[in-house]
Write a protein that binds this ligand. Structure first.
Ligand SMILES: [Zn+2]
Length: 428
């Protein structure tokens, strides 16, 4: 890697700072809120039209028949590809286009793209339109600099990461977009901080427990069987038995923040008895159903069988001990933990460039939650994948979310130089 060549590339990225900021603002101003998955087509077209003008081959792929897809809310994905001077590997940058709802607490317009004090504000600034913009500028700078490279560069903007990714990366992965020989190395510019390389995520098991009972008149509860009381017994076991055991399970995975280096369980929602979607009074009834949805995050040291087995054992013990206790258990979603080898080419190339650009060693981390890498590994069978982007992890999904302009510029340099290392085989 020639020093002058690097200096020229980095100068071009710095000269494009205003362009980088304007592109980030343009992306933020399209409110791709998911759910329901609004305005994907408009956002995908910003990427597609811009890169088409730079000579990229553009493909729009709608995730038809995936959750939430409809003519009103099409799951539009865009993939842009530009070939180099000859045969070689492909480096792919994948960003999700969707953002979560802004929620309360904003002091600026969440879709305004305000620039203040070196930061761009807005829903999705950090997670992850700033990362998408940085990857576009990185690739454009390589082309502007006229640096010859073999193989190909790809950039995609995809739907539905915030809701599981089935209509986005999951859909594309099933069609070969994230497999060899089309793609060799994938960088996902999720917000993990500009000096950190994310090599995986914990596992997730989402499930629903229903306790079952029998209706009766509420004035004579002894004639019925109260599903809410049974759920109370489940909660008591979780509180006093399961949660303390999970808190003792520690992992060697370098999960950030540190509190997530243990097994965790969140109780997402609970409902029993009559609905709440009316005004007025309830009838007097003993509830015959109570349902709870929970979110279990697990470690590479645990097996899915063990994770499921803990819950089944807890429920079966209650069935033996409590008269009238019965339950159903429904799995909603499962993804195993992902951990990319720290010696994988994409990890080494990006880590080397983080150190070269920022002057400090890259920190390898693991995300507490999942992201689209799961589809790339499971469906695409591609292991050379990381998350690396300019956003600050703690700001994701928060009010007054922003991305630092200097962090975007630095991450664009890392992305550009790391891509060239991977394409030319100059991996340290
Ligand atoms: Zn994200």
């Amino acid at each position: 890697m020639d020093g002058d060549w690097r200096a020229g590339l980095f100068r071009r990225i710095e000269e494009r700072t205003d362009d980088l900021v304007a592109l980030t603002q343009e992306l933020i101003r399209v409110p791709t809120v998911n759910p329901p998955g609004d305005a994907y087509t408009a956002c995908a077209e910003i990427v597609g039209k811009r890169l088409k003008a730079r000579g990229f081959e553009i493909t729009y792929a709608r995730g038809v028949d995936t959750p939430g897809d409809s003519d009103r809310y099409p799951r539009t994905n865009v993939v842009a590809r530009i070939a180099g001077t000859g045969p070689g590997p492909c480096v792919h940058f994948n960003s999700h286009l969707d953002v979560v709802a802004p929620g309360n607490g904003w002091t600026v317009d969440p879709f305004g793209g305000l620039v203040r004090d070196g930061k761009v504000y807005g829903r999705g600034a950090c997670d992850m339109k700033g990362g998408l913009a940085a990857s576009i500028i990185a690739v454009e700078a390589i082309l502007d600099a006229g640096i010859p490279f073999p193989g190909a560069l790809e950039i995609s903007g995809t739907a539905d990461e915030e809701s599981g990714g089935y209509g986005g990366v999951g859909y594309l992965a099933q069609r070969g977009y994230f497999s060899r020989p089309r793609v060799d190395h994938v960088i996902i510019p999720e917000p993990l901080n500009v000096d950190r390389v994310c090599i995986g995520h914990r596992g997730v098991w989402w499930a629903r427990i229903e306790t079952l009972g029998r209706v009766a008149h509420g004035s004579m509860p002894f004639l019925g069987n109260c599903a809410v009381r049974h759920m109370g017994a489940v909660l008591e076991r979780i509180e006093h038995d399961l949660l303390p055991r999970l808190a003792r399970k520690e992992t060697r995975m370098p999960v950030v923040p540190e509190g997530a280096r243990r097994s965790t369980l969140n109780l997402d929602a609970i409902h029993g008895g009559q609905g709440e979607d009316f005004t007025g009074l309830l009838s007097s009834l003993v509830p015959d159903r109570c349902r709870m949805v929970f979110d279990r995050r697990y470690l590479i040291e645990e097996s899915p069988e063990e994770v499921r087995g803990e819950i089944v054992a807890l429920l079966e013990a209650l069935k033996r001990e409590r008269p009238g206790f019965d339950y159903e258990l429904h799995e909603l979603m499962h993804f195993a933990p992902v951990l990319t080898d720290a010696q994988a080419p994409v990890v080494r190339a990006v880590s080397a460039e983080v150190e070269a650009v920022l002057g400090r060693p890259a920190v390898h981390v693991v995300s507490p939650g999942t992201y689209d890498q799961k589809h790339i590994l499971r469906v695409g069978h591609l292991e050379d994948c990381i998350a690396y982007g300019p956003g600050i992890l703690d700001l994701a999904h928060q009010p007054d979310e922003y991305v630092g302009i200097a962090d975007m510029v630095n991450s664009a340099k890392v992305m550009a130089a790391a891509s060239l290392r991977l394409l030319t085989g100059a991996v340290p």
